[in-house]
Ligand binder design. Structure first.
Ligand SMILES: *Cc1c(COP(=O)(O)O)cnc(C)c1O
Length: 375
């Protein structure tokens, strides 16, 4: 079997057609019809009224926090088990990220441990829907209401995920998505914030475009420090083509995950993220397994090496935020224990997860894992 990469983008719709149109008409900056059309259609896909397209998911998070007015002296609660961008975005505003360990079944933020981290400085909770599984939003909404906190979903891994019939992104005051090349919907590099609030939408558009006044003359007078976070029309052309196929791409990822579960069922020591809760749709961004070396018979590192010999690519999982030198130097409090996060980092990894994987490829990967257990 030829080399299987860990994740490749699938550009199977109108991507080339729309990009060609953007280039051939000369509309390659952020002024161009694809940007507004992509914003409109992606926001609507999330069940939100407004979208603001930006250059990547990290700054989408920053923009969301800026729109909420979060800054120096504030605290934002985030999971320890997440990608570094969740924490960095908080640091960019001058606020401090505060960490909560993961839940051992869902691998999402442990909602039972959020309240003990709330202080008088806490302004927001940032739930991250890890690997496309929605967090326990009922509980998070209750806590947010009780302490008067904003919710900012980091939905970078969860395009189209559902919780009790509502889509990811629609639970927030303002939410952020990434369209990096390995994400379920991609523009190569790209991101978007979505919201149902007209005022947050306006603030996001304002800060994204170097704080040019939204209305009135362009007289080059700026009242706040702004950013150039604009997405180009060429990139948005890819995004629009992706949204047109969002449901198809979503189903492909879900099917792949089901095939992994099927072909690995009964292999001892292979642990998956919990199954979707009732009335929820997990969108299976990355097929992640955690290895119980005692039961499986080999460590995670040994299995990764065996897969590599068979030309199967894998990736390690995130290192917890409580172990990041950058964040400790910044002044984050890493005291306390984060056992679930550490267990995931030490024992888990991603299997190939491209939308376009074939059943034969997944079967082959699983057979290598199975044979190695019995070897
Ligand atoms: C991918 C990702 C991001 C950042 O997105 P970029 O587009 O790479 O900047 C943020 N948070 C999480 C959880 C991610 O997986």
């Amino acid at each position: 079997m030829p080399f299987i990469p860990v994740c490749e983008p699938l550009l199977a719709g109108n991507e080339l057609k729309y990009v060609t149109e953007a280039v051939s008409t000369g509309w390659i900056s952020s002024s161009g019809k694809y940007v507004s059309e992509f914003e409109r259609q992606f926001a609507s896909y999330c069940g939100c009224q407004y979208g603001v397209a930006v250059c990547n998911g990290t700054i989408a998070l920053h923009l969301a926090l800026l729109a909420l007015g979060i800054g120096k002296g504030d605290e934002v609660i985030i999971p320890s088990f997440t990608m570094i961008a969740s924490a960095f975005a908080v640091c960019y505003t001058g606020a401090k990220p505060v960490f909560v360990d993961a839940d051992k079944d869902s691998w999402n933020i442990d909602v039972g441990k959020i309240e003990e981290k709330v202080t008088t400085r806490t302004k927001a909770i940032m739930p991250v829907h890890i690997f496309g599984k929605m967090c326990d939003m009922d509980t998070i909404e209750k806590i947010a209401k009780k302490y008067n906190l904003f919710i900012v979903e980091d939905a970078a891994e969860a395009h189209g995920a559902e919780y009790h019939g509502k889509k990811s992104g629609s639970f927030s005051d303002i939410a952020a998505f990434s369209f990096f090349a390995n994400k379920n919907i991609t523009t190569g590099e790209g991101g978007m914030v979505v919201t149902n609030s007209k005022s947050l939408y306006d603030r996001a558009r304002y800060f994204k475009n170097v704080c040019f006044p939204l209305d009135g003359p362009r007289n080059y007078q700026h009242n706040d420090i702004g950013y150039n976070y604009r997405m180009s029309n060429v990139v948005a052309a890819i995004g629009l083509a992706q949204v047109e196929k969002a449901d198809i791409y979503r189903e492909m990822r879900i099917r792949n995950h089901q095939l992994y579960r099927k072909y690995l069922s009964g292999v001892p020591g292979i642990i998956f993220q919990s199954e979707p809760s009732q009335n929820c749709v997990d969108v299976c961004w990355m097929n992640t397994v955690v290895i119980d070396a005692g039961q499986y018979g080999h460590t995670k590192d040994e299995l990764i090496a065996r897969l590599k010999e068979r030309e199967i690519d894998t990736r390690l999982l995130f290192t917890g935020m409580h172990k990041q030198k950058a964040l400790l130097d910044y002044g984050c409090d890493a005291s306390g224990e984060y056992p679930v996060c550490d267990w995931l980092t030490e024992n888990g990894f991603y299997l190939p997860s491209s939308s376009g994987l074939s059943e034969e490829q997944i079967q082959f990967i699983c057979s290598v894992i199975k044979e190695y257990h019995y070897a």
